[in-house]
Design a protein around this ligand. Structure first.
Ligand code: SF4
Length: 370
């Protein structure tokens, strides 16, 4: 292993959205943000000493709301990451909330080599944003994308959330069209998941049913097709060459190092994560190994499970190159028994169709384990 993807979790938000289960702490003070940036820099030093020959070719600031760190702190972390892990020709992404005026932050981020913005647009429809409890408006999204372009960040990903209150197939399609019109190079379209320990989990609003959500998903992906994007993963579509290099590492079973509370890593055959506890991270507590799952880290099953999320699926050639043996024939046999509208299995490998992506968990479990 000579190259990793670096992930830095920034667990702060101005306020908690009612559906969100990500680890984040509301309303950080400046002193807390300063201390957090310093702890991240120290942690980069620690990992660079442990992995002396390793460089990073992607860096992803995720959250929470990493843009809350502001330009100076982001720049300081970037300088340290570059000093320790190279970052030569790296894709460097910042997640941001469009509710805030980000021009100065983006300017400082770009000046230190930041080159990609991932914006939690969620919807371009004001009523849906209000129903989701978001702080931003459609105008904020347009302003922030324009600011990113002004500072030279032209690689912009916009999120669309599906199955949200007030959403129709037409409004989901409209969000996809507007994402393209704003100049997005990449669109992520995620289904709203109701998590039990959230306000939406305790008091769930009226939501579109499963069929309506599936229609919205297909409408978004079909619309993006017609606008020149290609779907490369269950939830992601991009212009050619603008796929998320960082996220592809997860689906390609490549190593990644996560820093910050709740951040996980996969290095060699070890998967470990920091506790969901900012105080523990600030005290310098080490990450711990994640509990063993039914599918072992680095196993053929784990590899295929991740690859089947991608439009290209799991290919026979890549599998043989990685494991030195052919793909198990039983996977092909099971895949061929499934409807061709959902799964393609041929000499090249196995892949799910767009309709298949709607029931991916069931299909993947069937192909790999039943
Ligand atoms: S801004 Fe993002 S991370 Fe923060 S609470 Fe809302 S959805 Fe969660």
């Amino acid at each position: 292993m000579n190259t990793v993807g670096l992930y830095i979790h920034v667990p702060f938000c101005v306020s908690k959205c009612p559906y969100c289960d990500f680890y984040s702490v509301a309303l950080p003070s400046d002193a807390m943000l300063d201390a957090y940036a310093a702890r991240v820099c120290d942690t980069l030093d620690v990992w660079a000493a442990r992995l002396p020959e390793v460089t990073a070719d992607t860096l992803y600031f995720g959250g929470g709301t990493p843009s809350l760190l502001g330009g100076e702190r982001l720049a300081a972390i970037l300088r340290r990451a570059r000093a320790r892990f190279g970052l030569s020709t790296a894709e460097i992404t910042l997640e941001a909330n469009p509710a805030d005026d980000l021009y100065d932050t983006l300017s400082a981020f770009a000046a230190e080599g930041g080159n990609r913005l991932s914006l939690g647009m969620q919807s371009i429809c004001a009523a849906e944003l209000t129903a989701l409890g978001r702080r931003h408006t459609p105008h904020d999204v347009a302003r922030t994308v324009a600011d990113a372009h002004r500072v030279g960040i032209n690689n912009v990903s916009l999120d669309i959330m599906l199955g949200v209150p007030e959403q129709t197939t037409d409004s989901a399609r409209h969000s996809a069209q507007q994402a393209a019109a704003l100049g997005a190079t990449h669109v992520s379209a995620y289904m709203l998941k109701i998590e039990p320990n959230t306000p939406f989990g305790r008091c769930t609003p009226s939501l579109p049913d499963e069929d309506a959500t599936a229609d919205a998903y297909l409408a978004v992906m079909d619309t993006l097709d017609t606008l020149g994007y290609h779907q490369y993963e269950i939830s992601n579509a991009a212009l050619i060459g603008r796929e998320s290099r960082h996220n592809l590492k997860y689906w390609h079973s490549e190593p990644y190092l996560g820093i910050g509370p709740a951040a996980s890593s996969c290095i060699g055959d070890r998967r470990f994560s920091y506790a969901r506890d900012i105080d523990a991270f600030m005290r310098g507590e080490e990450p711990t190994d994640e509990p063993c799952s039914a599918i072992a880290v680095g196993s053929p099953e784990e590899y295929a499970l991740l690859r089947l999320r991608l439009s290209e699926g799991v290919t026979a050639a890549d599998f043989a190159a990685r494991f030195g043996e052919p793909m198990p024939s039983v996977w092909f046999e099971r895949a061929r028994r499934l409807p061709k509208t959902l799964v393609c299995a041929d000499g090249n490998g196995i892949r799910l169709t767009r309709d298949g992506f709607l029931v991916s968990n069931t299909l993947i479990t069937h192909i790999l384990t039943k």
